[in-house]
Design a protein around this ligand. Structure first.
Ligand SMILES: CSC[C@@H](O)[C@@H](O)C(=O)COP(=O)(O)O
Ligand SMILES: [Zn+2]
Length: 782
C-alpha cells in the first residue's frame, strides 16, 4: 500500500475556504485538516485537495449539487457521528429544484431530515440557485440514476480490521464506512486511513489500550517487545490484546490485564520477538503498565469531612471504604458521590443521624414539605458546610455523627422566603419515614449479640460497640454485621478479662484453643471498658491426682461463658465430636448452660458438625424455650428431655450425648452396668456424690438402660438410673450411645473422653478374653 502522505505541518486550515466549498469544515480531530461534511472524509488542508475531492465521483454522488448549510444541529454534531442525507431528502430536494414542489417559493431553505445512525435530526438545506446548470436541472428531473461507482463506492468495510484495530467498528449509519469507537468519528473504509487515524493525537489521547497490567511473566527467557519507541510497544501490546494474526506464528507470554471498565482481569497473550536478544527484564519493561487512571489516584482524608461514612480501605490500597456498606470504592470523588446516592447506601441511612435540637430562627422557610432527596442533600450540604451556606440563611442544629462522637453543631440551610415556620422544618425533617422508621430496637437481641446496644441518637437503630457503627434495627443486618470482616477484625468476643492465675501449676486453656479461649489466655480488657470483672480460669484435668477434689481441678476455676460464647463453643465441640465419630449422621448432641443459666441446645436432625451459633435454641431451667433460631424449620433436639433430666435432677452445667461406637459396643458386652477398674483414666471421672475424682483402683460403674424407639421414651428409665446411681456422671443407652454430664462443660467434655477411652479399653479387653471389671490380681498368674 502506498504510504499516506502527510500534509505540511506548518499549514493551517482557512475558514474562508468554506465559501468556495460549502461542504467543507475544519476536521474535528484537532488537526488542521479539512472535513467533507457530505462524504465524511478528512482532506489535507490544500485548496487543490478540496478541488480534487469535489470532482471525485465519491463526492459527486453525495453532493448532487446541494449546498448544505449547517444549522445549529449540524454544528453540534459536526465531526462526530455521520450525517448522511436520507434518499428521501435528496429526492425531495430534487423535486424542489425542479419546481415540482412549491415549498421553494415559501422559503429558500428547506427543512430536511438528516439521518444519523438511528437518529434523525432537522437540518436546513439551501438550494443554491446558481449551482445547477439547466442540464443538471433536467438531469435532476430524471429518475435518479444509480451513481457511477467510484473507487470509494466499491470499497467495503472489513470486519477483520477490528482484530488489528480494536477501537474500530462499522459506521452505524448503514454505510460501508469505518467508525472509531473512541473518537466517535467516521473514517474512510481504507486501511491506510485507519492506520493514519490511529496515529493521530486525537485518537491517541483517547486510546484505551494503555491499561495492560502485567501480573506474571511465566516464560523466563525470551526476547520481548522493543525497548523503544513507546508507541510501537503500545501498538504491539494492543495487537496482542486483540489477538492479532501475528500471535499465531510467534512466541508469546501470557499476561493478565484489566480493562478500562474495571471488569475482572482477563488473560491475554503477549507477543514476543523470539530473537533472544532480550531478557525477561525487557519483557517487563515492555509490558510494565502505564499507570491506569485509578493506579495514580490517591485516597484523600479530607473527603471524610464530606462523607462521614468514609475511611481508607484497610487492604493497603488507595481505595476508599464505606463503613456502612462495607464496600470498597474507587478513590474518586465522583464515585463517592455516586455511592452516597445509591439505594443500598441510603438504606443504611448514614444521613439519618441529624438530630434537630433547637430552632433559633423563628420565621423562615425551610426544607420542602415533602423532603425529597433534595432536602436530604441540602442537609448534607449543611453538615459539611457546603458552598450554599455562605450565601444563604440558616439555622443552627446539633447532630450526632454515626461514629457516636460528641454532638456537633452545624448550620441548616433555609430558604428565607419566609413562607414557612419552624414547624415546617420539623415536619420536613421528621417526615423522612423510611422502611426503618417502623422498626424497633429489641433489647433481647443483646443476648445473642453481646456487642450490641441501642444507638444513642434517640433512634431505634442498633449500634455496634466495637465497630462504632450504627446498624439498622433488623436482625438480619446484625447477623450480617457480625459476620463482616471489619467486625470480626475487632474481635467481638474479646470481653473476658483475666484477673489472676490462682494456681501456678495448671494449664489454663483447653487443648484446642478457639479464638475465644485464646482471648481468655491473653487477658484482654472488656470492650465496654467497664470496671474489672472476675472470671475463672480453666484448669486442665491432666494435673489431677487421684482423689483430689474434682472441683479444684475443674469447677472452681472454670470460666463460665456468656450466651454467645456458649453458642460458639457448642458449634466448635460439635465439629470436634464429629471428628471423633460421636455425633455423625446427625446423631448425638451437646447442651451447655451459659453463665446466666440459659440452656443452649442444638436443633434436631441436622448435621451437628455444621450448625451455626444462631441455629441453637435457648431454654430456661424448666425447659421452656427462651429463644429459637430465626430459621423456623429448625426443631428442638429430641435429646432435650434427657438433657433436662440431668439439669433438673443434678443441677449440672453441661450434658453431652455421644453415639460413639465404643459406647455402643460396651453396652453389648455388659448387662445392667458397665464396670471397670484399675485403669488410669478412671481418675478422670468424678464421683457425683463426693464430688471427688475417682482413684485408679476404684471401680467405675455406669448404669445401662435399654434403648427405646423414641428418644423421649428414655426419660423414665434414665431418671431411674440417675436416681439409682447418684455417683455416676453418665448413663449408657444400649445399642445407642451414652449421656455424660458435668458441673461445667469442661468437666463434661473431659469425662466424656475418659469414658469413651474406658469403653474402648473394656471392649478391646473383652476381645482379648479379659475382664476390665476384674482386679489385675485375676491375671497375675497368667
Ligand atoms: C441418627 S438419629 C439419632 C437421634 O434419633 C437421636 O438419638 C440423637 O442422638 C439426636 O437427636 P436430635 O434430635 O437430632 O438431636
Ligand atoms: Zn442419640
Amino acid at each position: 500500500m502506498a504510504p499516506i502522505k502527510l500534509y505540511n505541518a506548518s499549514r493551517t486550515y482557512q475558514t474562508e475556504w468554506e465559501t468556495q466549498f460549502p461542504w467543507l469544515r475544519k476536521a474535528s480531530d484537532g488537526s488542521e485538516r479539512g472535513f467533507c461534511t457530505l462524504c465524511h472524509v478528512i482532506i489535507t488542508p490544500y485548496k487543490a485537495s478540496f478541488v480534487r475531492h469535489e470532482k471525485t465521483s465519491f463526492h459527486l454522488s453525495s453532493d448532487q449539487n446541494l449546498a448544505v448549510e449547517p444549522t445549529e444541529h449540524a454544528s453540534l454534531s459536526y465531526g462526530a457521528l455521520p450525517e448522511t442525507l436520507s434518499k428521501k431528502s435528496i429526492s425531495k430536494a430534487r423535486q424542489l429544484k425542479a419546481g415540482v414542489l412549491d415549498e421553494k417559493s415559501e422559503n429558500d431553505y428547506l427543512q430536511f431530515e438528516v439521518t444519523s445512525g438511528n437518529q434523525s435530526t432537522s437540518k436546513k438545506i439551501k438550494l443554491s440557485p446558481n449551482s445547477a446548470s439547466k442540464s443538471s436541472f433536467s438531469q435532476l428531473m430524471q429518475p435518479a440514476k444509480a451513481p457511477k461507482k467510484s473507487y470509494e463506492a466499491t470499497r467495503r468495510y472489513r470486519t477483520e480490521w477490528e482484530t488489528q484495530f480494536p477501537w474500530l467498528q462499522k459506521a452505524p449509519d448503514g454505510s460501508e464506512m469505518a467508525y472509531c469507537k473512541l473518537c466517535h468519528i467516521v473514517i474512510r473504509q481504507h486501511k491506510g486511513c485507519l492506520v493514519q487515524h490511529e496515529k493521530s493525537n486525537f485518537h491517541l489521547s483517547r486510546d484505551g489500550n494503555l491499561n495492560v497490567e502485567q501480573t506474571k511473566v511465566p516464560i523466563q527467557s525470551c526476547a520481548a517487545l522493543p525497548e523503544a519507541p513507546l508507541q510501537t510497544r503500545k501498538n504491539k501490546a494492543r495487537h496482542l490484546k486483540a489477538g492479532g494474526p501475528e500471535e499465531k506464528s510467534k512466541e508469546y507470554i501470557e499476561i493478565e490485564w484489566t480493562s478500562v471498565d474495571q471488569s475482572s482481569p482477563k488473560k491475554t497473550k503477549l507477543l514476543l520477538d523470539c530473537n533472544s536478544q532480550s531478557s525477561p527484564k525487557l519483557i517487563q519493561a515492555a509490558v510494565t503498565p502505564k499507570k491506569s487512571y485509578d493506579a495514580t489516584r490517591r485516597y484523600r482524608t479530607q473527603w471524610e469531612t464530606q462523607f462521614p461514612w468514609l475511611e481508607k480501605a484497610s487492604d493497603g490500597s488507595e481505595s476508599a471504604f464505606c463503613k456502612l456498606c462495607h464496600l470498597i470504592l474507587r478513590p474518586h470523588k465522583g464515585c463517592l458521590v455516586q455511592h452516597e446516592k445509591s439505594d443500598s447506601h441510603r438504606a443504611r441511612g448514614w444521613n439519618l443521624d441529624v438530630e434537630q435540637t433547637k430552632l433559633p430562627i423563628q420565621s423562615c422557610a425551610a426544607l420542602p414539605e415533602t423532603p425529597s432527596q433534595t432536602s436530604k442533600n441540602k442537609e448534607r450540604h449543611l453538615k459539611v458546610g457546603g458552598p450554599e451556606e455562605k450565601s444563604k440563611e440558616y439555622i443552627e442544629i446539633e447532630w450526632t455523627s454515626v461514629d457516636q462522637s460528641p454532638p456537633k453543631k452545624t448550620k441548616l440551610l433555609l430558604d428565607c422566603d419566609s413562607q414557612s415556620s419552624p414547624q415546617m422544618i420539623q415536619t420536613a425533617m421528621a417526615s423522612k419515614k423510611s422502611y426503618d422508621a417502623s422498626r424497633r430496637y429489641r433489647t433481647k437481641w443483646e443476648t445473642q449479640f453481646p456487642w450490641l446496644k441501642k444507638a444513642s441518637d434517640g433512634s431505634e437503630r442498633a449500634y455496634c460497640k466495637l465497630c462504632h457503627v450504627i446498624i439498622r434495627p433488623h436482625k438480619g443486618c446484625l447477623v450480617q454485621h457480625e459476620k463482616s470482616d471489619s467486625h470480626r477484625a475487632r474481635g467481638w468476643n474479646l470481653k473476658v478479662e483475666q484477673t489472676k492465675l490462682p494456681n501456678q501449676g495448671c494449664t489454663a486453656l483447653p487443648e484446642t484453643p478457639s479464638q475465644s479461649r485464646k482471648n481468655i489466655q491473653i487477658g484482654l480488657t472488656s470492650v465496654d471498658q467497664s470496671p474489672l470483672k472476675k472470671t475463672k480460669l480453666l484448669y486442665n484435668g491432666n494435673s489431677i491426682n487421684g482423689s483430689e477434689d474434682f472441683g479444684t481441678c475443674f469447677g472452681e476455676f472454670a470460666a463460665t461463658l456468656d450466651c454467645m460464647e456458649t453458642r460458639e463453643l457448642i458449634c466448635e465441640l460439635c465439629r470436634l465430636f464429629y471428628s471423633l465419630g460421636w455425633v455423625t449422621g446427625t446423631g448425638g448432641g451437646i447442651s451447655i448452660k451459659d453463665k446466666d443459666g440459659g440452656i443452649l441446645v442444638a436443633p434436631s436432625r441436622v448435621q451437628k458438625e455444621r450448625i451455626k451459633p444462631e441455629d441453637l435454641f435457648k431454654l430456661d431451667s424448666d425447659g421452656q424455650i427462651l429463644s429459637s433460631p430465626s430459621n423456623a424449620s429448625l426443631k428442638l433436639s429430641q435429646c432435650t428431655p434427657l438433657f433436662m433430666l440431668a439439669y433438673k435432677l443434678l443441677g449440672v452445667g453441661a450434658v453431652l450425648h455421644s453415639h460413639s461406637k465404643n459406647a455402643v459396643l460396651a453396652t453389648l458386652i455388659y448387662g445392667k452396668e458397665f464396670r471397670v477398674t484399675h485403669l488410669e483414666m478412671i481418675k478422670g471421672i468424678q464421683d457425683g456424690v463426693t464430688k471427688k475424682a475417682l482413684r485408679y483402683d476404684d471401680e467405675l460403674v455406669v448404669p445401662i438402660i435399654d434403648n427405646t424407639p423414641f428418644e423421649k421414651d428414655l426419660v423414665t428409665s434414665m431418671e431411674q438410673a440417675i436416681n439409682a446411681y447418684p455417683s455416676s456422671q453418665a448413663v449408657l443407652v444400649r445399642r445407642h450411645g451414652v449421656y455424660v454430664w458435668g458441673d461445667t462443660w469442661q468437666q463434661a467434655k473431659s469425662m466424656a473422653e475418659c469414658f469413651d477411652y474406658l469403653f474402648e479399653v473394656a471392649v478391646d479387653m473383652k476381645r482379648l478374653h479379659m475382664d476390665a471389671a476384674a482386679k489385675p490380681s485375676l491375671y497375675e498368674n497368667l
